[in-house]
Design a binder for this molecule. Structure first.
Ligand code: KIV
Length: 420
């Protein structure tokens, strides 16, 4: 029985393209039937950045071999072509990965298909969308065609996305474990929001969050997402007091937290601060509309810019921030028409939350998106899952298993006679 496979070929040593061509030839000589291939793409190294650029190419093949047999063949081919063992994720003559196969999902100690990073690596997303557009990702049920988005690796990519008319999908994240999961998705960028004051710390608002806490969470998220564009919030009173304070706070978020950019709330009053940060090499994302750090002044989480005058002023403020050099603007809880006007009149992307769909992208708090708190759902949010209920069920099942003695089982226990 013939299976269909998508294989990823990559090289960043010597004559890269000739290594890839040799790999295709060797695989064909070993019985794989070539169905289609993508155009070779020059890509930047991931994870371990101090190495040469890669050339990546993906091939769609048919084979009677099982996935484990194909893995063994791929490893043999790598050896034949001259791959030598070096640093993991380091330079290599050739790398052959199984990205997808027609048999669905496989998860064993040696092999995971679809490849855990099939959705996250844009060159593999591109290949899946191009060569398997009708297929749905077996892990998520989402069509590969919908994942073929341009990558966001640096600040200029935000402009590229807007120019290409591609929506930007951004989520918040506060810790390593959820970061590891996000690292396996096609999300465009991640925000370590000061909403962690509410979500993680249980405060009534974001005002108590400190710079130290923002750095702590940003570092944890960065460890999980080494290659994702990461933005961190400047917390309350870390930037409002002076330009110098803003530079020092943003500098610490970049140096110690490892983020790629900072976000700050507020309008034209902060033009000088934004210009100074950019002059120091720190990209800045703006945030207008409902600005939670002004909650005491605003009197609650209310829709902003309702009147015609307020909408004119919002646009004026947004343009001032654009002029100061922000690379993107978050617009929170403003009427759809007001957000749409900003989207049209600004050259930078407008990323909405509670501001309708006519923006260049959306941001959502991860716990809202996951439905972790079944009793909390702002009108503008959507629970794409109901994880809160699953957590309750899992913990009650655990409680029951402990009480009745069915957990742990013999397989989940160690015995003194065992070797390891
Ligand atoms: O802190 C946060 O999570 C935010 C988003 C809601 C945009 O600022």
């Amino acid at each position: 029985m013939a299976y269909r496979y998508l294989l990823g070929l990559g090289s960043n040593l010597g004559d890269k393209k000739s290594y890839i061509d040799k790999a295709i030839k060797t695989l064909e000589e070993n019985g794989l039937r070539l169905i289609a291939k993508t155009n070779p793409l020059v890509t930047e190294p991931l994870l371990y950045h101090h190495q040469n650029y890669f050339i990546n190419q993906e091939i769609l093949v048919d084979s009677d071999r099982s996935p484990h047999e194909l893995l063994a063949l791929a490893q043999r081919c790598e050896k034949i072509i001259g791959r030598t063992q070096r640093l993991r994720y380091g330079p290599r003559e050739i790398d052959i990965d199984i990205i997808w196969w027609s048999g669905g999902q496989i998860r064993t100690a040696e092999l995971t298909i679809p490849h855990p990073y099939a959705r996250a690596r844009y060159f593999w997303r591109r290949a899946l969308a191009e060569l398997l557009p009708a297929e749905k990702d077996p892990e998520t049920g989402i069509s590969y065609a919908s994942m073929a988005s341009k990558p966001v690796r640096r600040v200029q990519d935000f402009h590229n996305k807007k120019a290409a008319g591609e929506k930007i999908a951004m989520v918040t994240c506060y810790d390593y474990t959820f970061g590891r999961l996000l690292a396996r998705t096609s999300v465009d960028c991640v925000l370590v929001g000061d909403s962690l004051g509410n979500i993680v710390q249980g405060h009534r608002n974001t005002l108590p969050v400190t710079l130290e806490e923002m750095i702590y969470h940003t570092r944890a998220v960065r460890r999980a997402l080494p290659d994702t564009f990461l933005i961190a919030d400047l917390p309350f009173l870390s930037y409002q007091s002076s330009v110098r304070d803003a530079i020092l706070a943003a500098g610490r978020l970049v140096k110690e937290g490892g983020c790629d950019a900072v976000k700050l709330e507020g309008g034209s009053y902060f033009k000088q601060t934004i210009s100074a940060l950019i002059a120091c090499g720190i990209p800045v994302m703006g945030h207008l509309g409902l600005t939670p750090q002004w909650i005491l002044q605003l009197g609650g989480h209310r829709l902003q810019a309702k009147s015609k005058e307020a909408q004119e002023s919002l646009l004026h403020e947004a343009k001032a921030l654009e002029e100061a050099g922000i690379f993107a603007l978050v617009l929170e809880m403003v009427p759809s028409e007001a957000a749409a006007r900003c989207q049209r009149e600004l050259s930078i992307p407008v990323i909405g939350i509670g501001s309708g769909k006519e923006t260049d992208g959306q941001v959502l708090v991860l716990t809202d998106l996951l439905g972790l708190d079944p009793d909390f759902k702002p009108r503008f949010a959507r629970h794409f899952a109901k994880l809160g209920g699953q957590v309750l069920q899992a913990v009650e099942e655990y409680n029951q298993a402990v009480r009745e003695g069915s957990f742990p089982s013999a397989e989940e226990s160690f015995f003194s006679r065992e070797d390891s």
